[in-house]
Design a protein around this ligand. Structure first.
Ligand SMILES: Nc1ncnc2c1ncn2[C@@H]1O[C@H](COP(=O)(O)OP(=O)(O)O)[C@@H](O)[C@H]1O
Ligand SMILES: C[C@@](O)(CCOP(=O)(O)O)CC(=O)O
Ligand SMILES: [Mg+2]
Length: 341
């Protein structure tokens, strides 16, 4: 439904995945290439019609708020919202309930999954997605989610809202994303349990670059080249038909992960908990890097062709050192409408 007089009386249920950035975190903020994959941990949102208010229930962060439509219309007017060129009319009373499997503020894109769910559910409930316009609808969802990320982050690159909208794997550069064929990529998601702020880490990189532009810019260029090599390796893995080609692609991916972590250390976004994680993986013959903004949060260990025993031993070592470990396969589907009426 849309328009000032329309009153919608249905329910919309949607979900969006979290994400793992394989290559390009931080450098993507400077227009460099990045590659990210959907994660099978999801955020779910239900939006339903309400009598005369808008309420938002976020049990995972212990927030529950209700505003009367009158209050919101006054605020809308005060903000000059009606004059905005792409402003959506504030028409309907709604209740939104959101649940997430994603830890917040840890590098797995909880903010983007949240943003994508909100934008997708509201666009659906307001009748602003056109039946049969799959890609165009997703682009719309992605654009609105980016606005929400701007509120949370300040200067997001757009990669998180893109992967959480489109899912699978995306090749992202300069604000535009293209799909990448997803090979079977098994990883360990490792939680350092160290809290950190995406915004503060991005500022830290900016300040380091301002102090030493001639040293930092080549690192950003290397990260760009690494992402390009990473996409080629994913492609090689997806299209490999012989064991030796699969093995070669896995070896390349592992080596790129190792180089990437070194460059992120040079940008100043690692953390002792991440350095230890990388060393423990390496002691078991596996390669690891931080994912997302770093400074704590999550790291990933790529399993490649490691045997079951080596992977199990690596998990055990990590858990013994206090890390939480989840084993998962990357490439989960993007924004999904489960129910709309
Ligand atoms: N389930 C949720 N409910 C409400 N807000 C959320 C939820 N998930 C994420 N957020 C918002 O996103 C912020 C975390 O985003 P960010 O620092 O970018 O880390 P990440 O996106 O890697 O989890 C939270 O502080 C909160 O503002
Ligand atoms: C550091 C950055 O590249 C990724 C941040 O990811 P996260 O919020 O830590 O999940 C920032 C961005 O791309 O907007
Ligand atoms: Mg985020």
């Amino acid at each position: 439904m849309s328009g000032e007089d329309a009153s919608w009386s249905g329910e919309v249920r949607v979900s969006a995945p979290g994400k793992v950035i394989l290559h390009g975190e931080h450098s993507v903020v400077y227009g460099k290439r990045a590659v990210a994959l959907g994660l099978d941990l999801r955020t779910h949102l239900t939006v339903s019609a309400a009598a005369d208010s808008v309420s938002l229930c976020l049990p995972d962060v212990d927030i529950s708020k209700t505003w009367s439509l009158e209050e919101l219309r006054a605020l809308w007017k005060q903000m000059g919202g009606a004059q905005a060129p792409d402003a959506a009319p504030l028409a309907d009373a709604q209740a939104a309930l959101l649940r997430s499997q994603l830890p917040t503020g840890a590098g797995l894109g909880s903010s983007a999954a949240y943003a994508v769910c909100l934008s997708g559910a509201l666009l659906t409930s307001q009748g602003r997605l056109d039946p049969g316009e799959g890609r165009a609808n997703l682009e719309k969802v992605c654009r609105w989610a980016f606005r929400s990320e701007q509120i949370i982050h300040g200067t997001p690159s757009g990669i998180d809202n893109s992967i959480c909208t489109y899912g699978g794997a995306v090749n992202f550069k300069g604000g535009a994303s293209t799909p990448v064929e997803v090979p079977p990529l098994q990883v360990l998601l490792v939680n350092t349990k160290v809290p950190r702020s995406t915004k503060a880490l991005i500022s830290g990189v900016r300040e380091r670059r301002e102090r030493h532009p001639s040293a930092i810019d080549p690192i950003l260029d290397s990260l760009d080249a690494l992402a390009e090599r990473g996409i080629q390796a994913l492609h090689d893995l997806a299209s490999a038909t012989r064991d030796q080609d699969r093995a070669a692609a896995h070896e390349t991916i592992a080596e790129l992960i190792e180089i990437n972590q070194g460059l992120l250390c040079a940008l100043g976004v690692s953390h002792p908990s991440l350095d230890r994680l990388v060393a423990l993986a390496q002691a078991n013959g596996l390669r690891a890097k931080l994912t997302g903004a770093g400074g704590g949060g999550f790291g990933i260990v790529v399993e490649g062709l490691a045997g079951k025993e080596d992977v199990a031993k690596c998990c055990l070592d990590l858990e013994t050192h206090g890390y939480q470990v989840w084993r998962t396969r990357l490439g989960a589907p993007g924004f999904t409408i489960h129910h709309a009426q």
